[in-house]
Design a protein around this ligand. Structure first.
Ligand code: FBP
Length: 340
């Protein structure tokens, strides 16, 4: 079969009426920026890009040099493209307006420029996650409040994994599709169309070191997985945890599985509402997973239905193979009902 490039695929999506020309060009700009990030990541120690930048981000986390480099690459590429009204990033407190010298577009772009920062210096897969929203028609200078739209309003979502291969996964709400970077040609080529996550799975991903801090329903659910075939589930489950959400989610899109970053007492003690960010981690991943037949909840509600209250808001994340996510969510809802 003749290879289908990302550009060709985007033209097909436009002809199918799934996207308009501006969104198609925006995705091209984001994909091109991620190719530049891939080059920086792949250089590793030889590029002098490992280690801390010596600065903290809006969330008070130490920024890695590659966090800052990736953020700048995405900002610079999207500033002059003419497809955006503004963008927002994990690495910046406020939205970044488009400089007046450049034309503005109808879209808002949110991104986590380099997800899995704790893995950068140890050469484990990291990634970029992005989400596209429509800028409200009457808004010229978008502010944070204009980004606070529920995940159901996303026009596009995607991530790029910088791993053994550089892979882009994308959805416009008409299925989820995978593209692999052909380094010789320098372009993304369609490698799998219409990814499907199996309804059932025997593989789960969670940071077990937080177990003692989890809520009772989470203790119960994971306890039953660990009890395996001798327990109420009657089958053995295997565990994986890369600690890069992009890599854990990509494994689930490839062979099924479930991923959890639940609320816990440690997070609550710091006044937190979760670990992962709603707008540029949970929402794009939930859109991608649902479009591949999976499910994504906060443990209580569908992630895509959450009405955002703040740009860097955090939420619990349960996503992956539908039947397991529905069971884990049911345990939490039933426990809440029992507590009345
Ligand atoms: P950032 O690296 O973008 O801050 O993302 C958060 C993250 O690294 C996720 O990719 C990953 O799933 C999780 O945190 C790992 O958490 P932990 O360090 O508790 O294992």
């Amino acid at each position: 079969m003749k290879p289908v490039s990302l550009i060709q695929f985007l033209i097909e999506e436009r002809r199918a009426g799934h996207i308009n020309a501006e969104l198609s060009l925006l995705i091209e700009v984001v994909a091109r920026a991620c190719k530049r990030i891939a080059v920086a990541v792949n250089k590793g120690a030889l590029g002098g890009v490992l280690g801390n930048a010596g600065t903290d981000n809006v969330q008070g986390e130490a920024q890695k040099k590659l966090d800052v480099i990736s953020n700048e690459i995405l900002l610079e590429a999207n500033a002059w493209g003419g497809h955006l009204a503004a963008c927002a990033s994990e690495e910046m407190e406020d939205p970044q307006p488009i400089p007046d010298m450049y034309p503005k577009g109808q879209h808002l772009l949110l991104f986590d420029p380099l997800d899995g920062s704790s893995n950068i210096d140890v050469n484990v897969s990291v990634g970029t996650i992005f989400s596209v929203l429509r800028c409200p028609d009457d808004v010229v200078e978008p502010k944070a409040e204009h980004f606070l739209q529920p995940g159901t309003t996303q026009l596009a979502a995607g991530y790029v994994v910088y791993g053994p291969a550089t892979v882009l996964v994308l959805t416009f709400g008409h299925g989820t599709h995978e593209f692999t970077l052909d380094r010789e040609v320098g372009s993304f080529v369609l490698s799998r169309r219409d990814l499907r996550i199996p309804e059932q799975t025997a593989e789960f991903a969670i940071n077990m070191s937080n177990q003692r801090h989890w809520e009772a329903p989470m203790q119960r659910y994971v306890g039953e997985l660990l009890a395996g075939k001798d327990g109420p589930r009657g089958k053995d489950f295997n565990m994986r945890w890369v600690a890069s959400m992009v890599a854990d989610v990509h494994r689930i899109l490839t062979r099924g599985g479930v991923f959890f970053y639940p609320m816990d007492a440690k997070i609550a003690a710091k006044g937190g509402t979760g670990k992962l960010r709603l707008m540029y981690e949970a929402n794009p991943m939930a859109f991608i997973v649902e479009q591949a037949g999976g499910a994504a909840t906060t443990g209580r509600a569908r992630i895509l239905d959450v009405q955002p209250a703040a740009l860097h808001q955090r939420v619990p994340v349960f996503l992956g193979s539908r039947q397991e996510i529905e069971l884990a969510t049911r345990y939490h809802v039933e426990a809440d009902e029992a507590q009345g």
